[in-house]
Design a protein around this ligand. Structure first.
Ligand SMILES: [Ca+2]
Ligand SMILES: [Ca+2]
Length: 446
């Protein structure tokens, strides 16, 4: 009832100088967005032209600016009745629900920093400024946005938008600012954006874009800021076109030194930039060999002036791109790749796990490569021990892949020897037969 009275007052007091349709739509908006509790509220008995944030031109409402004014609730569908409205700024409030059809003559629309859900509105084709950032909009970026041919600033950042960045947006010939950062957009960056000749700031960061940064972006001669960081891009062309004196952010992608080396001066020439860190390179590997086998590990990664630092179990191991060695013990190899030209980036090679399977010569219980009286003594000290059998039994003086480690370790002259090496014949128990094997092979070495 109160709302109806308020409505009647508004119409009767303002109708003479004001379109009744506009007044109705504004009062409905006021009621739907908790008007009485706005920080700066409206005196509905005053003329519309005196209401806070309302611009009136020639008796029609042309602007509505209620930034950070405590608005809650939804925008009613009747907002579309304000058909002379040119500018609508409701940013920094707590409005929610879907964004209804907007007055079609709008050229400025800022609904950023609210809690709107649903999809990006379309059909407002006179817009030159559209900011819907910091909401919870879902769905994809509508192709129809490309019908707003005067659009020069488009900000859809900090939403939950999915799908691709439509190539059709390259029809927005006036576009100078495009920000779609902090969504879940994927696919390739459109080649056609190289035609957006007035593009000054392009921010596609914090999405799931993959593939290459299109070489066509070299045509963006006014590009001052390029934010492609925090995606899954893996190819950076040599940037020959824009000077990028402002900002160039490419970190947290899958670029390697082949991508960065050629563009270092483009980064360092910018006022602010980052090309590090990048994702780890190459796949994790697992290599299983017998001890003594030759092993080759490498870091096949592009870059003309790369340097390599290998680590084995965390300790510096080698500085070669490719390392060849004879396996002695199991462990994990890591490699850091640095570059003399692009000095701020360290690329981590994903680890290589080396499993070295021990070989056993029957009778060499203490593993000093010789079978002698000491081995007889060691075997006797493990007499009765049991554990896994070898896959292949036998006592010939030749290497056998050893069994899995036994629970028992022997301390022999400060050296730990697993009891499985006392099982000369490999049957899973240390018995007199093993002592006999050691005696038979006594004096042999390898
Ligand atoms: Ca020995
Ligand atoms: Ca045995």
């Amino acid at each position: 009832m109160k709302a109806i009275i308020v409505l009647w007052v508004a119409i009767t007091t303002t109708a003479r100088a004001q379109s009744p349709t506009d007044s109705l739509a504004l009062v409905e908006f006021y009621n739907a967005t908790n008007g009485p509790n706005w920080y700066a509220t409206w005196n509905l008995e005053a003329p519309v032209s005196e209401w806070y944030g309302v611009d009136v031109e020639a008796g029609r409402v042309s602007g509505l600016t209620l930034v950070n004014n405590g608005l809650t609730g939804i925008i009613p569908a009747s907002i579309a009745d304000l058909d002379a409205l040119a500018a609508l700024d409701l940013s920094f409030n707590a409005l929610s629900g879907g964004i209804p059809a907007m007055p079609e003559n709008l050229f400025f629309l800022d609904l950023s920093h609210n809690a709107f859900t649903g999809s990006v509105p379309v059909g407002v084709n006179r817009l030159w400024y559209l900011n819907l950032s910091y909401n919870q909009l879902t769905g994809s970026i509508p192709l129809e946005l490309s019908d707003a041919s005067s659009l020069s600033e488009l900000d859809l950042s900090y939403n939950d938008l999915e799908g691709v960045l439509p190539s059709a947006l390259s029809a927005l010939a006036e576009l100078g600012y495009l920000n779609v950062s902090h969504n879940r957009l994927s696919g390739q960056l459109p080649e056609s954006f190289g035609n957006l000749e007035f593009m000054t700031i392009l921010d596609v960061s914090h999405n799931l874009f993959s593939g290459a940064l299109p070489e066509s972006y070299n045509n963006l001669l006014f590009l001052n800021e390029l934010h492609v960081n925090d995606n899954e891009l893996d190819e950076l062309p040599e940037i020959t076109g824009p000077l990028l004196p402002g900002a160039f952010f490419a970190q947290n992608n899958r670029f390697d030194f082949g991508d960065i080396e050629a563009n270092v001066s483009k980064f360092t020439g910018a006022a602010v930039y980052a090309y590090a860190p990048q994702d780890s390179i190459l796949d994790t590997e697992e290599i299983t060999v017998f001890e003594g086998d030759e092993v080759t590990i490498s870091v096949p990664t592009p870059g003309a002036s790369n340097r390599y630092q290998w680590y084995f179990n965390g300790e510096a191991f080698s500085e070669s791109a490719t390392v060849v060695f004879n396996a002695t013990q199991s462990g994990v190899f890591d490699c850091d790749v640095t570059n003399d030209a692009a000095t701020e980036l360290v690329l981590h090679r994903r680890p290589i796990r080396l499993n070295v399977m021990a070989l056993q010569y029957p009778g060499d219980a203490n593993r000093d490569r010789t079978c002698d009286a000491m081995d007889v003594f060691v075997i006797a000290s493990a007499y009765g021990a049991q554990g896994s059998a070898r896959e292949e039994g036998g006592v010939l003086w030749q290497p056998y892949p050893s069994a899995q480690d036994w629970p028992l370790n022997l301390d022999y002259r400060g050296q730990t020897v697993n009891a499985k090496f006392c099982d000369a014949d490999g049957d899973g128990a240390v018995t007199l037969f093993d002592v006999a094997a050691a005696l038979a092979n006594r004096g042999l070495s390898y």
